[in-house]
Design a protein around this ligand. Structure first.
Ligand code: WTA
Length: 632
């Protein structure tokens, strides 16, 4: 809880003007209301802030924990709340989505225009045989059609599975196959730093490995020639011209617990797993947290500079801002293209009021110096945000001083694909400590536990856990409920394991340290060691592989790989390059190992598990720790 004593350490107090206008002025009152009656308070918010086709019978059903259910029996659709209901108000003609291409193309959609586009594409999807509950894979760059496609799926009760456009053949194939999608949506290519990422080509190669997809809808963005498979591939713009696309269709009434989307993410071991989120709880959690934390008002121009293909984009480019009736900015390209002031130029030209990004981007732009941002008028900014990994105090202070001109508090938001929305984060009025995500949101109950499951003392490191359910919580791992229980709820009974370690200081502030499992955060992107290792061993030259994350000043971590070569294969510099490219081709450029070392053996336990911890300790020159389980 917030201490009334003076806070310990380096503390930044928010300006009075920011505190005065906050959407949630009284943290303590809301927190107490949640503690007294968690379900009752979320029920009140859900009733007051959203429209339901039919009321729910039970706000929180915990009878089959950890398979918690929220708003049980309620009829709703997130698209009704994100689009349809705004059309009855003045917001109809307000900009919902403001898009800028890397080549400075601009397109904006009012709520009316976006709702219409979504309607038309939803009816196209129906005509293609997509029904309620069907999974649809979306693999695109940052263009408005990705938003349209997601919302169109949700509108008809279909389940979208967006695969980040930076992933490549095998990552895409695995996700298509696991979700058993019959329809996939992609684009001919995506612009990045003036180059074309050949998304359609990658899709074609992935589909050679996945027989489930019957229809591919292709958006034209870059205009280069692409192969169109007869009987399977159709152009988006052709379909949208057909009479069927003109028909406006009502938004499907779904159950609050019906699935909204799958999003694949890396976990402790094995292949990526599909985190499943639902219409009701996700909607309530995402919109409410955005309203509280970034204080969104109807006149805000909100820019979440993430990619729609990750959870940050799902929750805070697409659904959250539209649910709140705000204007959401989507930018296609790289932050430093054509110059390192591209972002600051966008902030200035569009009058962005709240900017939300990742520490890696801040560190990357910081390297170019203060002159680039200083050339721009950034006075429209009111609040700043950070997500994805712990932000180092140096980057925090630069962001605060050079971008926020010491006026804009920084919301360092801790959350996960699994949580769907912010969990530990300041509010606009919270005194800030650079590098700490500060306090859990009202209603969020977290703890830091030792190996035995007991809370640790102040400033001691332990497992970060969540001890009470929340509306946006993942419902399961799609197709693998046992893994859901085993992975998240088994270490300490009844307690959700985040996979992170953290400390809590004397003031109750949480300092997240990092992952304790085999997840590596490269530039804030979440990757699993297993996916990269299996890409390496899929190359005929490699017999065995292990990868670890090594600290990197800009990217947070980079991947270091160790490979045992197949018999008779020569360890050459050329082979290192071939293997790095092979990983980029299979998983994606972000997964490309920074270094590859050829070794004769890997440290393993007697049961044959690779001890990455030992590799990492050796690489960092640290104590190797307890080696009692090491073989030989
Ligand atoms: C890390 C991203 C420290 C953490 C929304 C978590 C953070 C993982 C922060 C989830 C933060 C995210 N401070 N660490 N503010 N935000 N993380 O699923 O390790 O891509 O478990 O979701 O990112 O990554 P994911």
């Amino acid at each position: 809880m917030v201490s009334t004593k003076p806070l310990i350490g380096e503390v930044y107090y928010p300006p009075e003007t920011i505190v005065r206008q906050a959407n949630l002025p009284d943290y303590d009152a809301e927190h107490q209301a949640m503690l007294a009656d968690l379900a009752g308070e979320w029920g009140r918010i859900a009733r007051e802030e959203f429209e339901w086709f039919a009321p729910w019978k039970k706000t929180l059903d915990d009878s089959n924990a950890p398979f918690y259910q929220w708003f049980v029996g309620g009829a709703v659709n997130i698209v009704h709340n994100a689009l349809d209901r705004h059309l009855r108000t003045w917001r109809r003609n307000k900009v919902a989505l403001l898009w800028e291409g890397e080549n400075y193309d601009q397109r904006s959609f009012t709520y009316h225009q976006l709702a219409r586009e979504v309607c038309r594409f939803a009816s196209v999807l129906r005509a293609m045989g997509v029904n309620k509950g069907d999974r649809v894979t979306i693999y695109m760059g940052r263009i408005p059609e990705i938003v349209v496609a997601m919302l169109a799926c949700a509108k008809i009760g279909a389940v979208h599975s967006v695969v980040y456009g930076g992933f490549s053949v095998e990552a895409l194939h695995g996700r298509i196959e696991d979700s058993a999608s019959k329809v996939a949506i992609t684009s001919d290519g995506a612009w990045l730093r003036g180059n074309i990422v050949p998304l359609k080509e990658i899709m074609d190669e992935a589909l050679q490995r996945s027989p489930t997809v019957q229809t591919v809808i292709v958006v034209k963005r870059t205009g280069q020639d692409v192969h169109m498979e007869p009987g399977r591939d159709l152009w988006y713009h052709d379909l949208m011209k057909l009479p069927i696309a003109e028909t406006c269709i009502p938004t499907e009434e779904v159950d609050a617990e019906d699935p909204l989307f799958l999003l694949y993410t890396s976990g402790t071991t094995g292949r990526p797993k599909a985190i499943l989120h639902t219409h009701g709880g996700y909607m309530v959690g995402v919109a409410t947290t955005l309203k509280w934390v970034f204080d969104l008002k109807e006149d805000d121009t909100w820019w979440c500079a993430a990619d729609p293909g990750w959870v940050t984009g799902h929750s805070y480019i697409v659904y959250g801002p539209l649910l709140l009736g705000a204007t959401s900015v989507l930018y296609e390209g790289a932050p430093n293209h054509p110059f390192p002031d591209r972002w600051w130029d966008i902030v200035e030209r569009h009058g962005v009021t709240v900017l939300y990004t990742a520490p890696t981007a801040i560190r990357g732009l910081m390297r170019f110096g203060d002159a680039w941002p200083n050339r721009h008028d950034l006075s429209s900014l009111r609040l700043l945000g950070s997500v994805g990994e712990p932000i180092n105090p140096e980057a925090w202070k630069w962001y605060h001083r050079v971008i926020g001109k010491e006026r804009c508090p920084i919301m360092d938001t801790w959350w996960q694909t699994e949580t769907a929305h912010f969990m530990i984060t300041p509010l606009p009025g919270t005194p800030l400590k650079p590098g700490s995500a500060t306090l859990p949101l009202p209603g969020v109950q977290v703890d830091v536990l030792n190996e035995d499951g007991d809370p640790v003392g102040p400033n001691e490191e332990g497992y970060l856990v969540i001890t009470a359910p929340w509306p946006g919580m993942l419902r399961t791992i799609y197709g693998d409920p046992d893994r859901y229980v085993q992975q998240y709820w088994s270490r300490f009974p009844g307690v959700y394991m985040t996979g992170d370690s953290a400390k809590r200081d004397e003031d109750g502030y949480i300092w997240v340290i990092g992952r304790v499992d085999d997840v590596i955060k490269v530039s804030g992107y979440r990757l699993g060691t297993a996916e990269v290792e299996s890409a390496l061993v899929s190359h005929p030259s490699v017999a065995e592989a292990a990868v670890i994350g090594m600290p990197d000043e800009v990217r947070g971590s980079v991947i270091q790989a160790y490979c045992i070569l197949a018999q008779g294969v020569e360890p050459t510099q050329r082979l290192i390059e071939i293997l790095r490219d092979h990983v980029a081709h299979e998983v994606g450029p972000i997964a490309k190992p920074a270094t590859i070392e050829f070794v004769d053996k890997l440290p393993k336990t007697r049961s044959g598990k690779i001890m990455r911890r030992v590799l990492k300790a050796r690489a960092l020159g640290l104590d190797e720790g307890d080696l009692s389980t090491l073989e030989e």
